[in-house]
Design a protein around this ligand. Structure first.
Ligand code: NAG
Length: 250
């Protein structure tokens, strides 16, 4: 066999592989969502329309696509579903809104969700999620709403969340989070609501976070933790801070 012939054969083979890969990726988003459906219990049959035989998931209930038939929203709040979040959800490349609050989701938040680079809203509040908040979420620079409250999350608040430069709502209240409140959260000048109450956080509230009250922050709730309550007075809006024993030192 001549080298040229071998090269031609391998070129044809590669082209074939590429074509196959394209073909397979056509229905990837539907496959991912169907896989998630199978992993869930759905006693109210809210996922009945999720038929894997359709070309794409864009006609399924609770799914919204863009003009290129790519999924941008999953809206399944208060839907009585239970079970885990599958890491393959990270393959929904154009996903902007993942609304799964008020269900019975258990297991941990997949690290892979940090790959959802267009995500605007990750609403997983009021579920039964356990484990740590993945640091990988700090890579989603488009994120504006990160609401994980009302679960059983433990471990520290990842300092990398301070990289979320568009974040407006950070709601981690009513979990079992521990450790110090990372000063890096003070980098998020866009923050409007910061709710960390009802955890087991220790140390004191970093001044970097208090100074966000000079930006957009309107609610800073750190009540019901194990904070040592020493902080410094910061302007007039200090009254919006809700803390167990707020002491001011000057
Ligand atoms: C989630 O809940 C189901 C049903 O109660 C249970 O079988 C499963 O083990 C739970 N998974 C985790 C990770 O806790």
């Amino acid at each position: 066999m001549s080298t040229q012939f071998a090269e031609a054969i391998s070129a044809i083979f590669l082209t074939g592989l590429l074509a196959l890969a394209t073909l397979v990726s056509c229905n990837t988003e539907g496959d991912i969502l169907y896989k998630q459906k199978v992993a869930w219990k759905d006693p109210e049959n809210v996922l009945q329309s999720w038929d894997p035989k359709l070309n794409n998931p864009c006609t399924w209930m609770h799914i919204t696509c863009n003009n290129d038939n790519s999924v941008i929203r999953v809206d399944l709040g208060d839907a009585h579903i239970s079970g885990p979040l599958i890491p393959q959800l990270a393959g929904l490349n154009n996903l902007q809104y993942l609304e799964l609050y008020g269900n019975y989701l258990n297991g941990s938040i997949p690290i892979a969700l940090g790959k959802l680079k267009h995500l605007v809203s990750l609403d997983l509040y009021d579920n039964l999620l356990t484990g740590w908040i993945p640091s990988s979420l700090g890579a989603i620079s488009s994120l504006r709403y990160l609401r994980l409250s009302g679960n059983n999350l433990k471990g520290p608040i990842p300092p990398l969340l301070g990289n979320l430069e568009s974040l407006e709502n950070l709601e981690l209240q009513n979990n079992a989070l521990g450790g110090y409140i990372p000063a890096s959260l003070g980098n998020i000048k866009t923050l409007i609501y910061l709710r960390l109450n009802g955890n087991m956080l220790t140390g004191s509230l970093p001044l970097e976070i208090l100074s966000l009250l000079d930006n957009n922050l309107v609610e800073l709730n750190v009540a019901n933790n194990n904070l040592d309550g020493t902080t410094r007075k910061s302007g007039t809006r200090v009254t919006t801070i809700i803390q167990d024993m707020l002491k001011t030192t000057s």
